[in-house]
Design a protein around this ligand. Structure first.
Ligand code: SAH
Ligand code: SF4
Length: 356
């Protein structure tokens, strides 16, 4: 009996997650198993339009076909296992993955603007000195389905709590999206196309710490989303000291990649700049930032830092924040200040870390 259950468990673990397959692959599987060609479309639609979590839910499939799928594939859905609500309405959700790992996603309400902040990796390999996720290292990339599931789960939460639809999606949770390129791009496809949620790509923002080669690839692949570049310092030495990725992706490399991106897409880039007290918030730093922004049409989001215990950084004083902002204003930089959300529950984008 034990042996049988062990074998069964082993077999279950070996099953392929069907959402890692393209429609053509599912078609091929249907053909090989003597199913009608339209079955593949039905399954595909159940998976991506109807968010099915089991083959038994696929009611327009015959029982035998459901069984064949079930014997061969799994559907590795995420499950919500924990949530925290902030006084300002922000909701942080922790998701459990099929293999026991966790990631977090956040719903950020601002009037009728409802933003989902989602993760692309379990942890992150890039170790930015001020970032909670950066202390974790990277365990693995999320699958397309796992990224998509977060959007669906947060959209459901939004409907349930605020009775409003999700309006925006930002890839600003755990992980570096451009280091999980294929799955992130596929998740954007399902979020924006009729094969999935059919949201406008203008409502999707991808944030990157600046992987120059991949920014160029994004331009070549004509991925139509908003691009946010986490700059945080516009002098080489300072940036390298807080963002080790700068060592292999210099500011010159990033600037060239962004110029290329703009030449191809004609889309404005957003620079994100977390204001860290007495680290990157002097007028000289503002001047460097101003110079960096001159190369292509852009806007700047100054971000209030959410202090992470033990990392040794503080948010800038109000005075320095004002001086910094006024300097950029006077230089006619299109600049805004993003206030921290969900402070009481450590729910701000980029502040996520697993506390088990
Ligand atoms: N890896 C990507 C996306 C996830 S981080 C990137 O770095 O862009 C999303 C944003 O949150 C980045 O701009 C990041 O620098 C910022 N961030 C990280 N830690 C933060 C903190 N404690 N407070 C405010 N913003 C933070
Ligand atoms: Fe990774 Fe982004 Fe955090 Fe840097 S800021 S460690 S790239 S998640």
């Amino acid at each position: 009996m034990l042996l049988i259950s062990l074998l069964f468990r082993k077999r279950k673990e070996l099953k392929t997650d069907i959402r890692s397959l393209d429609l053509v692959d599912i078609k091929k599987f249907c053909q090989e198993n003597n199913m009608k060609p339209y079955v593949s479309n039905q399954v595909y639609s159940w998976l991506w339009n109807n968010f099915s979590s089991s083959f038994s839910q696929m009611s327009n499939l015959s029982k035998s076909n459901r069984e064949i799928f079930n014997e061969n594939f799994s559907i590795n859905k995420i499950t919500e296992d924990f949530e925290e609500r902030s006084d300002d309405g922000t909701i942080k959700m922790r998701f459990k993955l099929y293999d026991g790992n966790f990631v977090e996603g956040v719903l950020i309400p601002q009037n009728t603007r409802m933003t989902a902040c989602i993760s692309s990796q379990v942890g992150c390999s890039l170790s930015c000195k001020f970032c909670a996720t950066g202390t974790m290292g990277r365990t693995r990339n999320l699958s397309t389905g796992e990224i998509y599931d977060q959007v669906v789960a947060i959209a459901n939460k939004c409907k349930e709590v605020y009775n409003l639809p999700l309006t925006n999606i930002v890839y600003m949770g755990m992980g570096e999206p451009l280091l999980n390129y294929r799955n992130v791009i596929k998740s954007i496809h399902f979020i924006t196309s009729s094969e999935g949620l059919e949201m406008s790509y203008k409502r999707v923002t991808l944030s990157t710490s600046g992987i120059a080669k991949m920014i160029k690839r994004l331009a070549d692949d004509n991925v139509k989303v908003n691009l946010a570049l986490s700059l945080h310092a516009a002098s080489e030495e300072l940036r390298n000291s807080i963002m080790p990725i700068g060592g292999s992706n210099s500011l010159d490399d990033i600037r060239d990649a962004l110029k290329y991106y703009f030449s191809k897409t004609k889309r404005k880039v957003t620079y994100e700049y977390v204001l860290l007290n007495e680290v990157n918030d002097s007028i000289k730093d503002a001047e460097n930032l101003y110079k960096f922004t001159k190369h292509i049409p852009s806007k700047v989001n100054l971000i209030e830092y959410n202090t992470v215990d033990g990392l040794g950084f503080d948010r800038s004083s109000d005075k320095n924040t004002d001086l910094f902002m006024n300097y950029l204003d006077a230089k006619r930089v299109n600049v805004g200040l993003r206030r921290s959300r969900g402070k009481d529950i450590n729910a701000a984008c980029g502040q996520l870390a697993n506390k088990k």
